[in-house]
Design a protein around this ligand. Structure first.
Ligand code: NZQ
Ligand code: ZN
Length: 395
């Protein structure tokens, strides 16, 4: 087990009707709020009106900014920062999913930063990313369980100039509070429910495939989380208003990515980085991109630790262990995962997303390499050629 420093300060308020508490909760942080939201689902559902009414009732003045797109854009973040400064906003409230939360995180940080907010994502002129040391208070009303941004230390923004999708990470990005009412997810289109489920699973798999050996407790916690997701996603898809399954998915989405399940482990987020190039170039939904990339990544790297992949197959997917040929078990697990993605309506190959081989080399070269030697990943270090091979395996 490696040393760790776990800090997950977000105050979680979970359950039916909890959005009614948003005014009271926000008022603890400021008297004027920016309510930030996406493309309109919160207007259609009536949630936005209810949130604004609750804020006003608690004496919080409201400024609104909608229009966050999936894969949130830097230009809207800049608009939000300017608006907050002009209006003297004291607290930012995200009403939506990962895209809205990330856009809100970047706005909250940017208001308190003298330089360009993109420095936190793309690095400053020397390539260094500053640490978030100050920001406006930040609250969330979550409407889609997926990215885990409601508790995570990460914030992912796309810069239209060069279509660069880049994350910033650090404890300063973790929201102050998150209100999670599973009922708010009843209106999700099936595709978004499935994309969210895939992202949640990916966050747990990226922690599961570790080079660390003594990680029994977190192995078991991750296996429990993955099985919970695998059991409940099909139920929520078949019965969108089933509270129990929606609640299980919502809570596992936060635990999958708030870092509790990676304590003592070394995680490998290569699949996310490889997927981010797809979302940046083709604007595909993040979860759908992951359903395509993850199986390809696994097929490329499983030989590095066949027994870990066999354990994943047995404990998560219920495969029988073939002691004579553990590689067979490992591959069977990957196959069952692909079938699961298909069963919930996810693509598993690039052409299903309308993507051919045209930009694979370019995306592989552009993909962020976070290791000092120009490679990416901790389970196995990947260079641009490896990433190119992974894209080709996804065709
Ligand atoms: O924009 P609106 O109209 O609200 O519609 C959204 C959007 O089209 C819709 N939606 C959300 N809640 C709904 C709803 N529709 C009906 N009823 C509801 N209750 O769903 C669509 C997707 O929303 P989005 O916020 O984009 O989804 P998600 O939560 O998957 O966020 C994806 C973004 O998060 C980033 C991804 O890269 C992507 O940019 N990630 C952020 C992370 C983090 N900050 O920790 C980690 C993740 O790995 C991920 O990279
Ligand atoms: Zn993700």
């Amino acid at each position: 087990m490696v040393n760790f420093d776990f800090h997950a300060p977000t105050h979680v308020i979970f359950g039916k009707d909890t959005e009614k508490l948003v005014g009271k909760e926000t008022a603890k942080y400021g008297k004027k709020a920016l309510v930030h939201f996406g493309g309109g689902s919160v207007k259609r559902s009536g949630l936005l009106d209810r949130v604004i009414a609750s804020l006003q009732e608690a004496g919080v003045e409201v400024v609104t900014l909608g229009g966050v797109q999936p894969n949130p854009r830097l230009s809207l973040v800049r608009e939000g920062i300017a608006l907050c400064k002009k209006e003297g906003v004291e607290v930012v409230l995200a009403v939506g999913g990962g895209s809205t939360i990330d856009s809100s995180k970047a706005i909250a940080v940017g208001v308190k930063y003298d330089g360009d907010v993109w420095d936190f994502h793309g690095g400053d002129k020397n390539g260094n990313k500053p640490t978030v040391t100050d920001r406006l208070p930040l609250g969330v009303v979550l409407t889609i369980p997926a990215a885990g941004s409601e508790m995570s230390n990460s914030c992912v923004i796309t810069n239209e100039d060069g279509m660069l999708k880049r994350g910033s990470s650090g404890n300063g990005n973790r929201p102050d509070f998150a209100i999670m009412n599973p009922v708010l997810t009843y209106t999700l289109p099936a595709y978004q429910t499935a994309c969210g489920a895939t992202d949640i699973l990916a966050h747990m798999m990226e922690r599961y495939f570790t080079p660390e050996k003594h990680v029994d407790l977190t192995d078991r916690l991750l296996e429990a989380g993955m099985q919970t997701l695998i059991k409940n996603a099909p139920i929520a898809l078949a019965h969108p208003e089933d509270y129990g399954s929606r609640a299980e998915i919502m809570w596992v989405s936060s635990l999958a990515h708030n870092d509790m399940l990676s304590c003592g482990r070394v995680s490998d987020f290569s699949s996310h980085q490889i997927e981010h190039e797809l979302s940046a170039r083709y604007d595909v939904a993040h979860g759908a991109g992951l359903a395509v990339i993850f199986p390809a990544w696994m097929k490329y790297v499983y030989k590095k630790d066949v027994m870990r992949f066999a354990q994943f197959a047995v404990r998560v997917w219920g495969c029988s262990m073939d002691f004579e040929n553990p590689e067979f078990t490992a591959l069977e697990g990957i196959g069952r995962m692909e079938k699961f993605f298909q069963s919930i309506g996810m693509p598993i190959r690039l052409p299903e997303l309308g993507i051919d081989d045209k930009y694979l080399r370019e995306m592989a070269d552009k993909c962020k390499k976070s290791n000092g030697d120009g490679t990416q990943g901790k389970f196995t270090a990947l260079n641009s050629d490896d990433i190119y091979e992974i894209y080709k395996l996804a065709l």
